[in-house]
Design a protein around this ligand. Structure first.
Ligand SMILES: *Cc1c(COP(=O)(O)O)cnc(C)c1O
Length: 229
């Protein structure tokens, strides 16, 4: 089942990229495996998936010890600065940095571990009060500080638009994130300003996200099936 789902998702990624005149290779799939057991994760690994995303540190730590060491892990959950050490130890990329305190703590622990750590800035592009993420108008200030005062590699921007069952409702938010990234790239604030990463799009709307420039899509349900509550 996972193998078939993965094949279908890869096809959709390639088709959406081509439709938008983009190189399909420029879009990476983050397999979101929160609440998913290692048996299903291994099915994805056997079908060639290397990159996974997890939301909860303890759950991720438990699963990682039972999975091949060559996998790549992105943290996509809410991060508190008192958990920065564990996050820096376990993950290659932290996609959910949205305030200075968290960035400073991650940088501190990455230095102690002598580990190059990459991050995304999470942007609350829909300005939802209950959602994490820096507000769009505060992104520049936060990015300038992280770029100026830490060794973190800032790969790009990540967002979760307001939930809607209709993927077209997400399109203006994806477009807005891309516009923001383009503007910030002109100030030389990213690890690579010519290839700023955009992590956007989930099971319901990743095709639209790719049309709007996503370089990473984070897909869980469409790959592993419905999550248990
Ligand atoms: C759970 C989660 C996803 C995946 O969502 P699906 O709808 O299952 O594809 C993507 N991004 C984040 C931040 C998540 O928490």
């Amino acid at each position: 089942m996972v193998r078939d789902n993965l094949a279908r998702i890869r096809e959709t990624i390639a088709r959406s990229a081509r439709q938008a005149g983009r190189n399909p290779e420029a879009v990476k799939l983050v397999a979101v495996s929160k609440t998913v057991g290692t048996d299903l994760i291994l099915e994805a690994v056997q079908a060639g998936q290397v990159l996974f995303g997890e939301n909860y540190l303890q759950e991720a730590a438990d699963k990682m010890t039972r999975l091949p060491a060559l996998l790549q892990w992105h943290f996509i959950g809410h991060l508190q600065s008192n958990k920065a050490r564990q996050a820096a130890e376990l993950f290659d990329v932290i996609e959910t940095v949205d305030r200075w305190k968290v960035a400073a703590a991650l940088d501190n622990h990455a230095r102690l571990l002598d580990k190059p750590l990459s991050i995304f800035l999470q942007v609350n592009i829909g300005r939802e009060p209950q959602k994490s993420g820096v507000l769009p108008e505060q992104a520049e200030q936060l990015l300038r500080r992280i770029a100026g005062e830490t060794s973190l590699r800032i790969l790009g921007l990540m967002t979760m638009p307001p939930y809607s069952p209709d993927p077209e409702q997400s399109r203006p938010y994806f477009s807005a994130l891309r516009q923001l990234a383009l503007r910030l790239a002109s100030y030389d604030l990213f690890a690579s300003n010519t290839e700023v990463e955009l992590s956007m799009g989930m099971s319901s709307d990743y095709a639209v996200a790719i049309e709007e420039g996503a370089t990473l899509v984070r897909v869980g349900t469409a790959l592993f099936g419905q999550r248990q509550a």
